[in-house]
Design a protein around this ligand. Structure first.
Ligand SMILES: Nc1ncnc2c1ncn2[C@@H]1O[C@H](COP(=O)(O)OP(=O)(O)OP(=O)(O)O)[C@@H](O)[C@H]1O
Ligand SMILES: Nc1nc2c(ncn2[C@@H]2O[C@H](COP(=O)(O)O)[C@@H](O)[C@H]2O)c(=O)[nH]1
Length: 189
């Protein structure tokens, strides 16, 4: 059976995790859990939202790729990908855009769908992040980072292979996601 990986990227607060959760709840797709040195946010749990690592433990993993983003390290391991795809034939992963380019090069043995999540109005990003319960200071720091600014628009390197998922009205977003999956022939677990 051909495995499928759905790679989701976009700016902070654009709704990547919300879409990933929808794909788990409605379609039953496993999430690939990635590793980070960022401290957990309220309600985030170790081994569920991320493998939360120290700077030393981070480098004990076998990474497909890793990056620095807004002052913290993030990386996706071979182990994490294998674990998800052992459980379901389709899995999802949320990455920043450099990681997406690494996946485009590295993953050749499965169907990969690349999605860029776009909000109709960039001002919505801060509103949504604050709604999630993050402190204003932390939210402002991340949105001001070079990486976040870079990811606020789809780059010319991503455009040729990324599907744009517009996430304005949530009900409309679910319809877009359902249609894109149907067109790609990806079915529920
Ligand atoms: N279509 C939408 N309309 C309104 N709120 C939304 C919509 N999609 C997501 N949100 C809300 O926006 C907030 C940020 O969403 P989410 O955590 O999915 O973003 P993200 O892209 O994963 O962000 P980050 O990269 O910072 O982790 C959440 O509170 C979520 O409930
Ligand atoms: N290239 C990678 N990017 C990753 C990975 N895990 C998460 N991310 C991305 O980092 C930023 C910040 O995440 P946040 O949870 O602190 O808001 C976001 O764009 C994620 O998609 C990874 O393993 N590799």
């Amino acid at each position: 059976m051909m495995k499928t990986l759905i790679v989701i990227c976009g700016a902070p607060g654009s709704g990547k995790t919300t879409i990933q959760n929808y794909l788990s709840e409605k379609y039953g797709f496993q999430r690939v859990i990635t590793h980070t040195t960022r401290p957990p946010r309220i309600k985030e749990k170790n081994k569920v939202d991320y493998y939360f690592e120290s700077k030393n433990s981070f480098f004990e993993n076998h990474f497909i790729e890793y990056v620095e983003y807004a002052g913290y390290l993030y990386g996706s391991s071979y182990e994490g990908l294998e674990l998800a795809l052992r459980k379901t034939d389709t899995a999802t992963i949320v990455l920043e855009t450099e990681g997406v380019l690494s996946y485009k090069k590295a993953i050749k043995d499965m169907q990969v769908l690349f999605w860029y999540v776009k909000v109709p109005d960039i001002k919505q990003l801060a509103v949504r992040i604050l709604k999630r319960g993050e402190s204003e200071k932390e939210a402002a720091k991340r949105l001001a980072s070079a990486e976040a600014k870079r990811d606020m628009r789809i780059s010319t390197r991503l455009e040729p292979f990324c599907e744009i998922i517009e996430n304005g009205n949530w009900q409309e977003t679910t319809k877009i996601v359902d249609r894109v999956l149907k067109d790609a022939g990806v079915k529920k677990v």
